[in-house]
Every structure is written in structure tokens, then in C-alpha cells.
Unconditional design. Structure first.
Length: 368
């Protein structure tokens, strides 16, 4: 996820924090100071928020550990002001696997909540009154009671049957056993977006900005994963070579081309991304549209390809699965095209447009 930086690695999973998370700490630190008029009260409030996000992180690790045990790779978990996101490299193929992964997160909070409540009770806190963040800063028992209450809230909210919340994923998994992945996702996403619309209005009318942001996250999260599931079903069983073959011959450049020659290829051709190969055919770099367009209005336009090309890029195999490998690696690279090599020899490129045309290609094959 962009604009996030790594703070640690646990069980092979990178733990990242988005920079906007610190704006949240500043906001609640300000509220704590307004209430207490002291540095101590401010620090206690910030520590409470950090403790809350430790619970969120444990929630995400619940999802992640179960996913790992089911054979799925989890590259990272990112903490955001509105919660956490555990990123899976691939979607679970079996509906019941998705149910297991989705339930695992809230189960962590089900375990944490009574622990906090018990500790608060042993200290002598009255558990009949729900505490606020501000009142929780006044005592250790109040803080423990607050964290227990928040964990209950996390369970209740996340288990709402609206995609992409955990409850929505459970619903999708159950529906998928009868309706298939695409139809189940459509239904769950529709429910999730309807909920998001209601939460957004509630957040705006009530002045709850964080609630409105959560609503936006739910709405676009449901939309994005619906497209991902449809794309997975469209490309199921297809390889990189299947869609790469529908394109015209891949134009290449050498490290000894100058920028004017490359620009001429862009203007008079159909490519904007070029593999860079040596005279013996070895792939040594990629010159992407980003580098070309950035060089047009800068002194770099007088430089050669060797000075402009990038050398840090992944390479695909023509036999690689189009969705789980080709599409995933292409998205993670942040590029619009990647070279495809067979036995060290360049055989073509996979582009974003190629993947978009996979549905058309499958329909053409069926008609034939």
C-alpha cells in the first residue's frame, strides 16, 4: 500500500503503518489535552489509541495466521486511521476457507475482551457504565474497561454481513457454496455498499468524520474486490502466453539508442513501454512510459537509453498463471507492462491492456 512504511516483521509478515495514522494520534492527543489540560493526560490518551491499534493488529494477525495455515501468502499488514488491512497475495479458492479466515479476526477480539473486562473488574471498576476515551485516561481500570468495550465493538461491527467487512466475507463464503464466487460477491458487495451509503450519511449528519471515512473505505473496497473476483473467474485457467499472443510484435530498444529514437517509436508506434536488450538479445532493462514522459520536458531528453532505463523490474514466464502470477506481479510492480522471458530469451510483454482483453479473448475462443 502506497505511503506506508515498515515497522517490523512477524511470522514472515511485514507490519506497516500508513503516514496518516500519525494524524490520528495528533488528533486524539489534542482531544486528550483539551480534556485534561496536562501533558500526562495527552500521553495517556495517545497510549490508549496505540493500545487500541495493537488490538486491531492482533485482529489482522488472526486472519493472517489462518490464511497462512491454509497455504495462502500474506505479504503485509497495514495500519490505517480507520483500522487495519491484511493483504493476501491470492484469494481463497474454497468458500469455506474464506469463512475460516474471516471468522479468525473477530475471534481474537472475542478472546481479548473478557481478559480486559476481568482485569478491570479485579481492580474494582464499575462495569455498568460504558466508558469514553476521555474518561478512560483517568485510571488504569478505566483504560482496561475501555479496551474491553472497544474489542466488543470490533466484533459487532466487523461481523455485520456487509462486504468487505468480515461478516460480509462470511456471507460471501456461504453464498459461494451454492451460487458461485461471482454471484456471491455481487450480492455481498451490494449489501456492503448499501450499508456504506447509510454510514456515510450518518457520519456527515452527525459530524463523525471517521465514520464517513470508514463508509468510503467499505464502498470502494466492495467495488474493488468485486472487480477482482470477476477478473479471476474470467482469467481462470489462462496463462500469460494466452493473452500475450494477441498483441503485435514487441518493439525493443538497445542501451545505445538515444532518447530521440525512442520518442520516434512512441509517436509512430503503439508501444509506450520498451524492453531494453543488448545486441546478443539479453534483457538488461525496461524503459517505461513514466521515464519517457518525464524526460520529454527535462534535460534528460538528450541522454541515452542506458541512462534512463530502470533495472529493477520483475520478469514473467509465458507459462505463468495469468491471474495469480501475471496480474498480481504486474499490479505489485506498479508498471503498465512487464517483459515475458522463456529460458532467458525475451518472447514478448504482458500489459495492463492484455489482461483487460482476456474476457474478449475467452469469448472469441468459445465462439470458435
Amino acid at each position: 500500500m502506497g505511503s506506508a512504511f515498515k515497522i517490523g516483521r512477524i511470522r514472515g509478515i511485514d507490519v506497516k503503518v500508513h503516514w496518516t495514522f500519525f494524524l490520528l494520534l495528533l488528533f486524539f492527543g489534542y482531544l486528550g489535552f483539551q480534556e485534561s489540560q496536562s501533558v500526562t493526560g495527552t500521553l495517556v490518551t495517545v497510549l490508549l489509541v496505540l493500545a487500541l491499534f495493537v488490538c486491531v493488529l492482533l485482529h489482522e494477525f488472526g486472519h493472517s495466521i489462518v490464511a497462512q495455515r491454509l497455504g495462502l501468502e500474506v505479504p503485509d499488514i497495514t495500519l490505517l486511521p480507520i483500522g487495519g488491512v491484511a493483504r493476501l497475495k491470492s484469494l481463497p479458492e474454497k468458500p469455506w476457507d474464506e469463512v475460516k479466515i474471516a471468522v479468525a479476526g473477530p475471534l481474537v477480539n472475542v478472546v481479548l475482551a473478557p481478559i480486559f473486562f476481568t482485569l478491570a473488574f479485579l481492580i474494582g471498576v464499575d462495569l455498568s457504565t460504558i466508558p469514553s476515551l476521555i474518561t478512560a485516561q483517568q485510571s488504569t481500570g478505566g483504560a482496561l474497561f475501555y479496551l474491553g468495550t472497544i474489542n466488543v465493538a470490533l466484533v459487532v461491527f466487523n461481523m455485520i454481513p456487509a462486504f468487505p467487512l468480515d461478516g460480509g466475507r462470511v456471507l460471501r463464503g456461504l453464498l459461494a457454496t451454492r451460487l458461485g464466487a461471482v454471484r456471491a460477491t455481487d450480492i455481498s458487495a451490494a449489501i456492503g455498499q448499501a450499508l456504506a451509503f447509510g454510514l456515510f450519511l450518518l457520519g456527515l449528519l452527525g459530524g463523525q468524520i471517521i465514520l464517513a471515512l470508514i463508509a468510503v473505505f467499505i464502498f470502494f473496497g466492495a467495488s474493488g474486490e468485486t472487480q477482482m473476483v470477476r477478473q479471476r473467474e474470467v482469467t481462470r485457467g489462462m496463462s500469460v502466453a494466452d493473452v500475450m499472443g494477441v498483441r503485435r510484435r514487441t518493439e525493443t530498444v538497445t542501451p545505445y539508442h538515444n532518447f530521440g529514437q525512442v520518442l520516434d517509436l512512441v509517436v509512430h508506434g503503439y508501444q509506450t513501454d520498451f524492453p531494453v536488450v543488448e545486441e546478443d538479445g539479453r534483457l538488461v532493462g525496461m524503459l517505461t512510459r513514466a521515464e519517457i514522459f518525464a524526460a520529454v520536458h527535462s534535460p534528460n531528453q538528450y541522454r541515452g537509453v542506458r541512462d534512463l532505463m530502470r533495472t529493477d523490474f520483475p520478469v514473467l514466464s509465458p507459462e505463468a498463471d495469468l491471474f495469480t502470477d501475471g496480474n498480481r506481479i504486474l499490479q505489485e510492480s506498479g508498471l503498465r507492462a512487464l517483459p515475458v522471458c522463456n529460458g532467458g530469451n525475451l518472447v514478448g510483454m504482458l500489459t495492463v491492456d492484455d489482461i483487460g482483453q482476456a474476457n474478449l479473448l475467452r469469448d472469441l475462443r468459445k465462439s470458435r
